[in-house]
Design a binder for this molecule. Structure first.
Ligand code: UDX
Length: 448
């Protein structure tokens, strides 16, 4: 039956969302889709076949896979720059055909900044587009700066300057720069340029917020020809639904229920970073020696070529008892919202950072690559809600865990984290900055 209500009028307007195929990007895009669905739009998720999202968790969306042409060797290379560049080269034509074959009127295409092939197709079809940026605005500035720093000969970075401040990029030191993992700097730099150029898009939606990043955002807006809408943290606005590519093990929530307030450190390095065998052992003994409770996510691919907890030191496993809980993948947002969790030892992926800050949980920052270093620096130095973990070495892990869970310094950090949580809540409530920007996004889409 045709729905003639105002709500129904809008529901017939279809948005196509194109996520980048990594967990840390799929999640905010699906959450944005959930928000826009609740505002009355129909949602199509057009995604690469590699790391396909799970349709059954979002039964109201239409999922349309795009043949991405990635080979087994492309995928197993783990070279994200290569994978993303290849997807952009391979998906353009198939996406064009898919869009041409859609029966519904498409109002707008919203694409992850790294999926810029979608913009080329939209321009051909004369459709408006909006870019979604899923990392921090500080990372955006730092990645742009890398291009100039390379030209000036600062990159590759000499050890002697790694602790020096980067000119015009306060508070970042050279060692905090989001250097690409890829060995091919030129290709990585091209990916940055392709992802950061606005071209014909009408606006930028950003998973960040004024209360965290106003200075960087203002700086970017001054140069940006289209409006920027910092509507984050998107997960706080969207109805909670899982967008995990891996199966969440909820048994850890029952374990957390048995622990007292702020007594547990949650340990997770996100969906991509992995540790070497020695680092796993050091982490294990550091956690054990801290004599604090811990919930540790050890992904089954944490150490390439080894089976899950086989890699943990035997003495550590034997003595584990009730002191720790180890899972392959946790319902992270639920974990961070649990009152037993008093700290988060994190790689500082942008989603993890936002999720921790939104729950007032202080961080122990062990960035592994790319933007994680920038986020860690902001967490510790600007927002002062975390401590740095320089090395995964048992003594350092033990000290950092005790600092956050037991020491007065940790209590002070927790208070600041709670203040920040309150600010985040205010920004997503009616009249708050993220709330207002979201309304502007909806108005803009309605104007197309
Ligand atoms: C990647 C990059 O590594 C990161 O630096 C960038 O900011 C985003 O893309 P990832 O490493 O996976 O992301 O980290 P993060 O951004 O923190 O995203 C991980 C997501 O997985 C979070 O939403 C987190 O809640 C979820 N997660 C993680 C789980 O649901 N369960 C887990 O056990 C671990």
């Amino acid at each position: 039956m045709r729905n003639e209500t105002w709500h129904g009028e809008r529901r017939r307007r279809r948005l196509v969302l194109v996520p980048c195929p990594y967990q840390g990007h799929i999640t905010p895009m699906l959450q944005l889709g959930t928000i826009l669905y609740s505002r009355g739009f129909s949602i199509t998720i057009s995604h690469a076949i590699f790391n396909s999202p799970v349709p059954k968790t979002h039964p109201h969306f239409r999922f349309v896979p795009i043949p991405d042409g990635l080979s087994e060797s492309d995928i197993s290379s783990g070279d994200i720059t290569h994978i993303l560049s290849t997807i952009n080269e391979n998906c353009k034509l198939s996406f064009l055909h898919l869009m041409e074959s859609q029966e519904d009127e498409i109002v707008c295409i919203i694409f992850d900044e790294h999926m810029y092939f979608a913009e080329a197709v939209a321009t051909k079809l004369k459709l408006p587009t909006i870019i979604l940026r899923t990392t921090s605005s500080a990372t955006f500035l730092a990645r742009f700066a890398l291009l100039g720093l390379k030209a000036e000969g600062y990159i590759p970075c000499q050890d002697s300057i790694s602790n020096d401040m980067v000119p015009k990029l306060h508070p970042l030191r050279f060692k905090d720069l989001p250097l690409p993992k890829s060995p091919d700097f030129k290709r990585a730099a091209q990916l940055v340029l392709d992802s950061y150029t606005i071209r014909n898009s009408s606006a930028v939606i950003w998973n960040t917020m004024d209360c965290l990043e106003q200075t960087c955002l203002m700086q970017i807006q001054q140069e940006c020809p289209v409006p920027i809408f910092p509507v984050g943290p998107i997960h706080k606005i969207a109805q909670p639904t899982s967008s995990s590519l891996l199966k969440e093990d909820s048994s850890c929530i029952a374990w957390l229920d048995k622990q007292s307030r702020n007594s547990v450190v949650y340990v997770s390095l996100g969906s991509i970073a992995s540790l070497g065998e020695k680092e796993i052992a050091e982490m294990a003994w550091g956690l054990a020696n801290s004599e604090q409770l811990f919930l540790w996510v050890v992904r089954s691919d944490s150490i390439p070529g080894s089976n899950w907890t086989e890699i943990l030191p035997k003495g550590f496993k034997d003595g584990l008892g009730e002191k720790g809980c180890i899972v392959k993948w946790a319902p992270q947002k639920e974990v961070l919202a649990h009152e037993a969790v008093g700290g988060f030892l994190s790689h500082c992926g942008w989603n993890s950072t936002l999720e921790s800050i939104s729950q007032g949980v202080p961080l122990i920052c062990k960035p592994c690559f790319g933007d994680q270093r920038v986020n860690a620096r902001y967490v510790c130095h600007e927002w002062k809600v975390g401590v740095e973990l320089e090395k995964i070495e048992r003594g350092e892990v033990e000290r950092a865990v005790r600092k956050v869970i037991v020491d007065d310094e940790g209590k002070e950090m927790r208070e600041r984290a709670r203040d920040l949580k309150e600010k985040v809540e205010v920004s997503t409530r009616k009249g708050g900055s993220s709330y207002n920007y979201l309304n502007e996004v909806v108005d803009l889409i309605m104007s197309f």
